[in-house]
Write a protein that binds this ligand. Structure first.
Ligand code: AMP
Ligand code: GLY
Length: 428
């Protein structure tokens, strides 16, 4: 029997999920924005907010969904998985309680402490701004200042990097966060591992490195992610296999401590001189990281979802031995002062080594235009990171005007900088 899957969400990440699922099921989707890439792959696409749990359940029931997958954290935080599960539609995505590993950073650090999960930095939680400011004054060293709730990756300020102590205190006093976490600043190179989790079991995928800063050379404000790359192996050029294994042990400990967790568990790590430390967990695929990982997944993704629902052992995952480079095209001025309304003229041939994923676009009668969020991404895959980078760049040549792209992502020069940085940190 063919499965009928409802996909919730309309970004680049969900376009990648849709592309991975569509050949093997009857796919339906809903999101607050109409993603033309998903709409083309799905048999039905409804405009429904990702947080409108009741409306999502009604749509899932109307199409006879046998499975669901929730892409964005906003839906998980709103209890969309709980509602779909309660309606008898197994949802690959944690319920609200488990999703707190992402949605509540204070919970996340406390959970790590209580369960002795390795890789937890020194931290303290504050409900009172002035107490947090005192802690900043007294702390011997740099801190990362994090609002406990969701901020789309844009709420963190790192002392010694983006701000000084005075700037961090001013930031806290100017914002109205109810709760903040202050934690030891971790120094090193970041990487992500996305694990597929269900029935107290997990399967991992290759490590990815995202680029959060808006501008080339890792300058400028933090964004949701400007682009990312993977290597032909599970590890990245600045990591050892031992570093990868150490991160997998962290994921293992989380899955052990959260037996009801289901969905993607995204571990974001800082590779420090002492090995991988946890920056955060997300309760979903990364965006852009899903666009690196899912296109090289050779095991049908639907098989993972069905095994999860049936309480069976998850299939071993096979990945093509290909490097991938993903680059987002974002509106000029993003993220501080994004200019919407630029025409998107990119066109990638099906069957080429480049893939095109739509994110937030405005479909008008004469074509697609940018909104104020990330517009679309191009992913190259090849035998090396450098080749994949070239493929992504070739596909971006016709992107049109009015976009900003980090052309440095995946270049040999930037990858070499990561390697040199890590060698320096390790004292080699
Ligand atoms: P998050 O929203 O937790 O992903 O944080 C956004 C970015 O802030 C991360 O990608 C890191 O670059 C940085 N960051 C977060 N926590 C720390 C930390 N403890 N030390 C250094 N940088 C951090
Ligand atoms: N790329 C980071 C995230 O999805 O949170």
């Amino acid at each position: 029997m063919s499965e009928t899957v409802l996909l919730v969400g309309g970004g680049g990440r969900e376009h990648a999920i849709a592309r991975a699922l569509a050949p093997d099921c009857d796919l339906y989707a809903c999101a607050s924005n109409r993603n033309p890439g998903i709409a083309e792959l799905a048999e039905g696409f409804e405009t429904i907010s990702e947080t409108a749990a009741d409306d999502i359940v009604a749509y899932a029931e109307s199409v006879g969904a046998t499975l669901a997958i929730v892409g964005p954290e906003s839906g998980l935080a709103a209890g969309v998985s709980d509602a779909l599960d309660a309606a008898g539609i197994y949802t690959f995505g944690p319920q609200e309680a488990e999703a707190r590993i992402e949605t509540d950073k204070a919970f996340q650090r406390q959970f790590m402490r209580e369960n002795e999960i390795p890789g937890n930095p020194d931290f303290a939680t504050f409900d009172d701004v002035e107490a947090a400011c005192d802690y900043i004054d007294e702390y011997d060293g740099d801190l990362a200042v994090k609002p406990a709730g969701l901020t789309g990756g844009k709420g963190v300020k790192v002392i010694g990097d983006q701000v000084d102590k005075e700037g961090a205190k001013a930031y806290l006093r100017d914002s109205d966060y109810e709760r903040v976490v202050l934690e030891e600043r971790l120094v090193g190179e970041e990487f992500t591992i996305q694990a597929f989790v269900a029935n107290s079991e997990f399967r991992v995928s290759p490590a990815v490195q995202d680029h959060k800063r808006a501008y080339e050379g890792d300058e400028g404000p933090n964004t949701g992610g400007m682009g990312s790359y993977t290597d032909v192996t599970q590890s990245l050029p600045f990591m050892t296999d031992g570093d990868y294994e150490a991160a997998v042990e962290v994921i293992d400990a989380v899955v052990d401590a959260m037996p009801d967790y289901k969905g993607i568990l995204y571990g974001q790590f800082m590779l420090t001189s002492e090995g991988p430390k946890v920056i955060e967990f997300n309760a979903r695929f990364g965006d852009p990281e899903a666009m690196n990982t899912l296109p090289v997944l050779e095991t049908p993704f639907i098989d993972v979802l069905v095994a999860a629902r049936e309480g069976e052992s998850l299939p071993e995952l096979e990945f093509a031995e290909k490097a991938t480079v993903c680059k987002y095209a974002v509106p000029e001025g993003y993220p501080t002062d994004p200019k919407a309304g630029a025409k998107i003229t990119v066109d990638v041939d099906e069957g080429s080594d480049a893939l095109l994923f739509y994110a937030s676009v405005d479909a008008r009668e004469d074509g697609l235009y940018t909104t104020t969020s990330r517009s679309f991404a191009v992913v190259g895959h090849a035998e090396s990171i450098a080749q994949a980078e070239q493929i992504a760049e070739s596909a971006l040549v016709d992107a049109g005007d009015g976009f900003h792209i980090r052309h440095d992502i995946g270049t040999e020069a930037l990858v070499q900088r990561r390697i040199d940085h890590m060698n320096e940190i390790r004292g080699e």
